[in-house]
Design a protein around this ligand. Structure first.
Ligand code: GAP
Length: 514
């Protein structure tokens, strides 16, 4: 199965098992907007708890807020989003399709990397056990040729982005002979800038109306509350403010399912530090955030850092944590050193003094900020991509199993009476009553046990607990483990401890340096 086929199956699975539905589907959907179903919302809530607890519970000096989506329009002038929150777009004149010019070039570069990998594979087959990857990469004329071309394009691309040189961006697309995937032609328009913010009117009449924006990032809600939180919480530098909330961007190209949406959710933390210490904190947060991802156990090799070619208008350093999605390594999270840009601009635009009195230094200054910013939906897609597994069993049957880490699984336990009579459903209900205040638990009595196991595998339930006739005599149940499919007899009174050990965040948090 190719990665593309796998991704299609994953999307279908998300719909079939109540994880994600297209928005307003009975009206044929709305581009790049999705709804989370009954299982999706549980997984999403667990992702948010994993993040929130790792920030707010594990750090004495990080507190949370929940700011409104609508903000004073001047906020977005001060932040630079009105003037500079743009994507470069380009149209293909034949297909009439619109693309992000920078994404076309990035995709071209990813293709060159694939070409190199193919060369490596071919050589590996040819030289078998004598093959030395490093040596081949360093000496193969074909690989060196591709690399040299890539490096040259990369340098031109980074310069064009930083200089906002749209003509050069188009020239790179032409020079790389990039074609429209729909029409197959190179008949491109010029590259233009496109502002990504959605706007609407606040006020009852058009006359008295004010243009307000749907926030394109949650961070600004934190910046404008910096003084409120610092003063009321008597916070001392360094300290952080965390927030989870919706953000909106009028993305030009909405592709790859929930990877790039027009309405999405962010989990952002702004860490306020003494000027001059920001690089040290930036490095520290990079490591902490990478550990948070890797703790989920999807394989360290599936993550990497990617430093930005073009720094956003507010940053002096920025890196992405990328995950190996079925469509390649792509950004899940950004870690940005935002300097004093935002607080400084809000101080200037609002006319209010936004400073910190540092008792150690005996002076007041605008703090610097290191930000960690992750999309809930991208994290969701990361987990689903890594967890989705098709397996051929020893008996020839096939199963689809979601190997979601138990702490994040939408349902923790399914309780299944072997038959619908003889008092077994009543015992199953008692078990549920004992567990339901602490865990998401379901009851299922329909179909054969095998079919019920498959249904739970498909939504990633770590434990199936079967109540049978022996249970009535020995007070034990059969626990079937999702990943290994191993079964064991467990006393009913030991169930809670077994579930707690597996689903608590404790084990994950132990792997993160806090
Ligand atoms: N406050 C900084 C900021 O918003 P960003 O790199 O533009 O930085 C941060 O976005 C994260 O938000 C990204 O790493 C990604 O996970 C998520 N994100 C951004 N745009 C998105 C979109 N259109 N759909 C889904 N997630 C998105």
């Amino acid at each position: 199965m190719t990665q593309e086929e796998l991704f299609k199956k994953l999307i279908a699975h998300c719909k079939e098992y109540g994880f994600i539905f297209p928005s307003s589907e009975i009206y044929d959907g709305l581009g790049a907007v999705y709804d989370y179903g009954q299982n999706g919302v549980e997984l999403k809530n667990n992702i948010k708890s994993y993040w929130w607890d790792s920030m707010v519970k594990l750090h004495e000096n990080i507190v949370g807020i929940d700011a409104a989506i609508f903000m004073h329009p001047r906020v977005w002038e001060a932040s630079g989003h009105v003037g500079a929150f743009n994507d470069p777009l380009i149209d293909n004149k034949d297909s009439k399709k619109r693309y992000r010019a920078d994404v076309l070039v990035e995709d071209w570069m990813a293709k060159q990397e694939e070409k190199i990998e193919k060369e490596v594979e071919k050589a590996h087959k040819r030289f078998k056990e004598n093959f030395n990857r490093e040596q081949y990469l360093a000496t193969s004329p074909r690989v060196l040729e591709i690399k040299a071309k890539m490096d040259a394009v990369h340098e031109r691309f980074a310069t064009a982005l930083n200089d906002n040189n749209l003509e050069e961006l188009k020239q790179i697309i032409l020079d790389c002979e990039i074609v429209c995937p729909i029409s197959g032609t190179r008949n491109w328009t010029d590259v233009r800038q496109f502002n990504l913010m959605f706007s609407t009117q606040m006020g009852s009449t058009a006359d008295g109306a004010n243009t307000v924006y749907l926030r394109p990032e949650t961070a600004q809600g934190i910046f404008v509350n910096y003084l409120n939180v610092q003063k009321t919480g008597r916070m001392k530098l360094p300290f952080g403010i965390a927030q989870i909330g919706k953000a909106f961007r009028n993305e030009i190209v909405a592709r790859q399912f929930i990877f790039r949406m027009r309405e999405f959710e962010q989990m952002e933390m702004q860490f306020f530090v003494q000027p001059g210490t920001e690089m040290q904190w930036w490095s520290e947060w990079k490591e902490t955030r990478m550990a948070w991802h890797r703790a989920l156990g999807f394989g360290d090799e599936n993550y990497r850092f990617h430093d930005h070619d073009k720094l956003a208008h507010y940053a002096n350093a920025a890196t992405d944590i990328e995950f190996n999605f079925p469509f390649g390594f792509k950004e899940v999270e950004g870690i940005h050193s935002r300097t004093d840009f935002d607080l400084g601009r809000h101080q200037e635009f609002s006319g209010k003094k936004i400073q910190y009195f540092d008792p150690e230094r005996g002076e007041s200054y605008v703090p610097y900020v290191v930000e960690t910013s992750i999309g809930v939906d991208r994290m969701f897609l990361q987990i689903m991509s890594a967890a989705y597994t098709e397996e051929k069993l020893e008996n020839g049957e096939e199963r689809v199993v979601l190997r979601i880490p138990a702490a994040l699984a939408p349902t923790k336990v399914a309780v299944l009476p072997l038959v619908k009579k003889d008092g077994l459903p009543e015992v199953a209900r008692q078990i549920i009553d004992d567990l339901k205040y602490d865990y998401t638990v379901v009851y299922d009595e329909k179909d054969s046990i095998g079919k019920r196991y498959r249904r739970q595998d498909a939504i990633g339930t770590p434990f199936c607990v079967t109540v049978d006739h022996d249970t009535l005599n020995d007070g034990m149940v059969t626990v079937r483990h999702r990943d290994t499919m191993q079964q064991e007899r467990v006393k009913i009174e030991d169930l809670r401890a077994m579930v707690e050990k597996a689903v608590s965040f404790r084990e994950l948090f132990k792997k993160i340096k806090a």
